[in-house]
Design a protein around this ligand. Structure first.
Ligand code: SF4
Length: 649
């Protein structure tokens, strides 16, 4: 049923640009928002709530608290098995990203990846040290080659301890060792989940969930961390950079080339080549004024964090972007590109190109990127986009909606921003938390879910938290939502509470920090670990006044990262759609009070965003009490005489 703009804006999408497209063009093609209403749920059972087992062909079995599956599997066993398999899939996705980056680094080390180079040598050396590689006396290529091999060997490691857990605070490592959940590798932990959840294998729900945790740690502190570190080495560690967000960044008179997906290697080459005069002249010869490269989803996060490339939208903006009729070519690598793009592109003049060996889309042209053919392939793609400019079918409809934002807040940049070049440190942030100007840090992470109003809950939580003096850090589609809402612009400090505003003003930062793509959620763990190491806020991540929330979660990679965050000692909330354990009280108990007792962090489902906010505030108040930093301290401004008196004591 056709809805008017106001109905769309309050119930379907909080993004003004997307709402305008749906209002004007919504009947032209069925979008994900229409399919959310028309597609019927799976008739064999509510697998989303965890009680449907399809593991063997005697089933599928729907189990209840009173009944078992044909094999005797209980509700808790079935639910834990389903959950663990989600974690394994999510770990495979994030760690697969790490594997691709490690292979690419190996090609760069051998000078076999034209168009790519090592852009951050100091990150290379730091990461080599984290992997236990001696860098003294070796040249950059030698170190890069060794880092590539070592990263790949971590992914394939079969025994011992995953070296990278040493990035976590020591107390956390000790707890993981004591509870026997330190990962032995990354691929091997995924395999252990799959093996243990086969029919007739592991049947103890708590034991299955512990293996899920071990697997998730191998993701957040392993595969994802490898991916982020190597992207920084190859494409540079992000630093604050201005950018703009939303569909208004498409240009009517230029060739619009959209980067979509997850892996930034080819995107970086496309960005570099699209600035070359030869290609710009070629675009002009076809009637365009230039080439406008913009991004969607996590590829957009990657290139905005490093190059300031505009972000036109997140997961639920993809179809609306195509429906502007302004996109000449969309190039997709892997992940989060919805299948409906293929058919929709055919209704417009847009060419859809896939480039990853891991993903093809029906209806798209597949031009595979193998690491060595980047320049040739990027040129071909840019030329295809240019040659498609004269084929626009109608005058584009580009909503004039965009927001300024600052991207690029890597942990390294946050330390530099707070301490300066020669005293890089998180000290001022720890001090601001201790004296109460900042009450705590909340990570808003995760995707969009069409079952929730697009972006609404990311933006609601960000607004409410900064108003109450909580610093918000964000990744993935959540970060794009908040960027579109204007809360990542330094001007947004007017919405922050007095304490947070005073810090943001002094440092010159926005009240919400864009930390990176979803795969960069390991940067959040790195920030938390660094806060502990800085001192004054306890000895473990679980002592910190922090929380994490995924308000519009939907994918397996979020389940994996959310599990890892809980296993790292953070109170983690998924809201909106239920976590797929809702059927089993026993498994819910394991993940909440059980994990809290064992791992001092938990993963909890709270459907309502307002209730989730209240819980976050309560949890952080309790953490502040435990740290004895809950009493409000008056700020004392000292004159020179008072300072001298202090010095002389
Ligand atoms: Fe049913 Fe057991 Fe087979 Fe699952 S493993 S489908 S519960 S018989």
């Amino acid at each position: 049923m056709k809805k008017n703009y106001d109905e769309i804006r309050s119930n379907i999408s909080d993004d003004e640009a997307v709402a305008r497209i749906l209002d004007k063009l919504g009947n032209k093609a069925a979008t994900i928002f229409d399919r959310a209403e028309s597609v019927k749920g799976c008739p064999t059972g509510k697998s989303i709530s965890g009680n449907c087992c399809r593991i063997c062909s005697m089933g599928p079995c729907i189990v209840t608290e009173e009944t078992t599956g044909i094999c005797g599997a209980t509700m808790a066993t079935v639910t834990a098995r389903n959950f663990a398999r989600h974690v394994a899939a999510g770990t495979a996705v994030n760690s697969g990203h790490g594997r691709e980056m490690a292979r690419l680094l190996g090609l760069v080390a051998e000078d076999k990846a034209p168009g790519l180079e090592i852009r951050d040598e100091s990150k290379l050396i730091d990461f080599a040290n984290s992997l236990g590689i001696e860098s003294e006396g070796k040249n950059v290529r030698e170190i890069a080659g060794e880092v590539s091999k070592k990263a790949l060997s971590c992914i394939g490691q079969q025994s011992g301890e995953l070296n990278l857990i040493k990035v976590a605070p020591e107390k956390r490592q000790e707890l993981w060792r004591e509870k026997n959940i330190v990962p032995e590798g990354i691929d091997s932990e995924i395999v252990k989940v799959m093996r243990g959840t086969h029919v007739g294998a592991d049947q103890d729900p708590e034991h299955i969930m512990d293996q899920a945790i071990r697997c998730a740690i191998s993701d957040g502190w392993g595969g994802s961390l490898i991916a982020t570190a190597i992207k920084d080495i190859l494409f540079k560690t992000p630093a604050a950079v201005r950018s703009k967000a939303n569909l208004g960044m498409l240009k009517e008179d230029e060739v619009n080339l959209v980067i979509n997906g997850y892996e930034p290697a080819l995107s970086e080459i496309i960005i570099k080549l699209s600035a070359e005069s030869e290609l710009i002249e070629y675009a002009k010869s076809k009637g365009a004024k230039g080439i406008n490269v913009v991004g969607l989803c996590c590829s957009a996060n990657e290139v905005s964090m490093r190059e300031g490339i505009p972000v036109i939208g997140n997961f639920l903006s993809q179809e609306a972007a195509l429906m502007t009729g302004a996109i000449e070519l969309m190039v997709v690598d892997i992940q989060c590109a919805i299948q409906a793009l293929g058919e929709l592109a055919e209704s417009y003049h847009t060419k859809l190109v896939t480039t990853s060996s891991g993903a093809k889309i029906t209806g798209a042209m597949h031009l595979e990127f193998n690491g060595s053919n980047g320049i040739e392939l990027a040129k071909k793609i840019i030329k295809m986009a240019i040659e498609n400019f004269p084929n626009r079918k109608n005058k584009p409809f580009i909503p004039d909606v965009s927001s300024d934002f600052i991207a690029g807040f890597s942990p390294e940049y946050i330390k530099y921003m707070l301490g300066g070049r020669f005293r890089e440190s998180l000290r001022p942030l720890n001090d601001a938390i201790i004296d109460g100007r900042i009450q705590g840090i909340v990570a808003i992470i995760g995707c969009n879910n069409v079952m929730q109003c697009h972006d609404k809950y990311h933006n609601y939580l960000a607004r409410e938290l900064i108003k109450k003096d909580y610093l918000v850090i964000s990744t993935g589609c959540a970060a794009i939502a908040i960027a579109k809402s204007g809360l990542m612009d330094p001007e947004a400090i007017k919405y922050a509470g007095d304490g947070l505003r005073s810090i943001c003003e002094a440092v010159g930062m926005p009240p919400v920090l864009h930390i990176g793509s979803y795969a960069d959620s390991s940067r959040i763990l790195a920030v938390l670990s660094a806060l502990v190491k800085e001192g004054g806020l306890g000895e473990d991540i679980s002592d910190l006044p922090v929380a994490a929330v995924a308000p519009e979660w939907m994918s397996e990679k979020e389940i994996s990262m959310g599990t890892c965050t809980a296993a790292s000692g953070v109170y983690t909330i998924f809201s909106g759609e239920p976590i797929p354990v809702e059927s089993s009280g026993e498994v819910k108990e394991i993940m909440t009070t059980g994990w809290q007792k064992k791992y001092k962090g938990q993963l909890v489902y709270i459907s309502d965003a307002e209730e989730a906010l209240g819980k976050i505030l309560n949890v952080i108040v309790e953490k502040r009490k435990a740290l004895k930093i809950d009493a409000k301290k008056e700020r004392v401004l000292l004159d020179m005489e008072a300072r001298r008196a202090l010095r002389d004591v």
